[in-house]
Design a protein around this ligand. Structure first.
Ligand code: TYD
Length: 149
């Protein structure tokens, strides 16, 4: 995708929250309802290796609380709404996901918290890598130290 940084550059620890962005997903509307499409390398800037979804989160509940070393991700609130707090060690942004036509792209090296889930929220996660516990940074102080913050 044009203007997209490479994973190598992002993983080096200089990624900014400004590189997280909403992607407007292609949607076909007709009288029967709407159909939203995600194609790897076309609608989002990586090949999808894994898909999971978060559901049954209590109203007002939280998830996340980690960064990834190499993983790229797109989050879609396919139902309901949640806030994603993005943190690069220097700046924070809060993004409300409440539209199934929007995907939130998160590059590697960004700390994320998922908060304020509404009733019945289903959050789809599209990931660039298989699950790997070693790719997680789960200690915020270690994250800040790695970022030089
Ligand atoms: P975790 O990544 O901590 O969830 P979140 O950050 O959304 O709160 O994962 C919760 C549990 O699920 C943890 O035991 C690891 C497991 N898990 C997998 O086995 N495979 C996966 O693809 C993911 C994302 C999590």
């Amino acid at each position: 995708m044009e203007g997209q940084r490479t994973i190598t550059a992002a993983a080096a620890g200089d990624v900014s929250v400004d590189e997280c962005r909403l992607i407007r997903l292609r949607t076909v509307d007709d009288p029967r309802g709407s159909l939203t499409i995600v194609e790897a390398d076309l609608d989002i800037p990586f090949a999808i290796e894994r898909v999971y979804h978060l559901h049954g989160v209590p109203v007002g509940g939280s998830r996340g609380g980690h960064a990834h070393h190499r993983l790229e991700q797109v989050l879609v609130a396919v139902a309901g709404a949640l806030d994603v707090v993005l943190d690069d060690g220097a700046s924070r942004r809060r993004v409300r996901l409440d539209d199934p036509r929007n995907g939130l792209y998160i590059p590697p090296g960004i700390w994320r918290e998922m908060e304020s889930f509404s009733e019945g929220t289903v959050c789809l996660a599209l990931a660039s890598m298989p699950y790997d516990p070693a790719d997680y940074e789960r200690d915020y102080d270690d994250f800040l130290a790695r970022r030089g913050s």
